[in-house]
Design a binder for this molecule. Structure first.
Ligand code: IPD
Ligand code: CA
Ligand code: CA
Length: 284
């Protein structure tokens, strides 16, 4: 654990960690309400799935409703803070505190009825990580972390894996929605194989990083992430005793495009094994 900076406090006396949990719960309630619509064929139509960016970058009406619910709680608690929401963009400004909200990380999973999604709520202050909360509405797990205060799942403290042998490691990746860059990642994984136990591509970067923060994976890596994918999960990994950097080993911020996070010794070996390979090119 690191130094313990003070957290901002809302007018009702709640600190930013308590507010972040309420923000995530507000989005989570919207998702839970629509879970029945994810069952069976026609789910994508029922959920109003549309294309927003690249050909396979999608959004549902639930993403938007969940973000609206989250932001209503957040702006009520901290009207002066800056907020970056995946669906609604940047709000406010001129505050040292910036929140990052991903209302559904794993939209493709959600629209396909795959049970691996989360709400991600992160707070950074003066450019430093402060709070990370991730809520999995399917498994009913809330991951909480605040700088200097540790990481927990549903209140139970967690740490990263103590594994130090790459050959025993379970690695997590995702290829995102960037065709050519995804190929670079797949190539690097293929180069490493069979030097580790196995690989998981579970479709939620935020949850993947968080899983690496609580020992479910030894490491999670992604070559193309957005601020709302990583801002909260970075706090979980670091407060659980893990390391989180860019893929080239450089310092990580929410604005970083790539990430490697998890158990310190596995992180070190992974970066060493992939140094000079395609990772460096993809992280530019
Ligand atoms: C995506 C998921 C996916 C990752 C993509 C992200 P979204 O977020 O985290 O696992 O590979 O890069 O954009 O669009 O479902 O919020
Ligand atoms: Ca996301
Ligand atoms: Ca999202």
């Amino acid at each position: 654990m690191t130094e313990r900076p003070a957290l901002p406090v809302a007018s009702d006396g709640s600190d930013a960690l308590q507010v972040a949990v309420r923000v995530a719960q507000a989005a989570g309630a919207e998702i839970e309400r629509r879970l029945p619509d994810t069952i069976g064929s026609g789910a994508k139509e029922r959920l109003g799935l549309t294309t927003k960016g690249g050909w396979n970058d999608r959004v549902t009406e639930v993403d938007k409703a969940a973000e609206d619910a989250a932001l209503a709680v957040l702006t009520g608690a901290f009207p002066d803070h800056e907020i970056v929401g995946e669906e609604s963009g940047a709000h406010g400004g001129d505050s040292p505190y910036r929140w990052y909200v991903d209302p559904i990380d794993g939209t493709w999973n959600f629209a396909s009825g795959l049970p691996h999604i989360c709400v991600s709520v992160g707070l950074w202050g003066h450019g430093e990580p402060l709070v990370g909360v991730l809520l999995d509405p399917i498994r009913k797990e809330t991951f909480t972390a605040a700088t200097g205060r540790g990481s927990a799942i549903n209140g139970t403290p967690v740490t990263v894996s103590d594994e130090n042998r790459m050959e025993e490691a379970l690695l997590g990746f995702d290829i995102g929605y960037k065709g050519p860059e995804g190929k670079l990642l797949l190539g690097a994984v293929a180069e490493l194989w069979p030097g580790f136990q196995s690989v998981r591509m579970m479709g939620s970067a935020a949850l993947g990083i968080t899983y690496a923060g609580c020992g479910r994976l030894e490491l999670y890596a992604h070559h193309y992430v957005q601020p709302w994918d990583i801002a909260a999960a970075i706090v979980v990994v670091r407060e659980a005793g893990g390391i989180a950097t860019e893929l080239n080993g450089g310092p990580l911020t929410p604005e970083s495009r790539s990430i490697a996070a998890g158990a310190p010794r596995i992180h070190e070996q992974f970066l060493a094994a992939t140094a000079g390979s395609l990772w460096r090119a993809s992280a530019c």
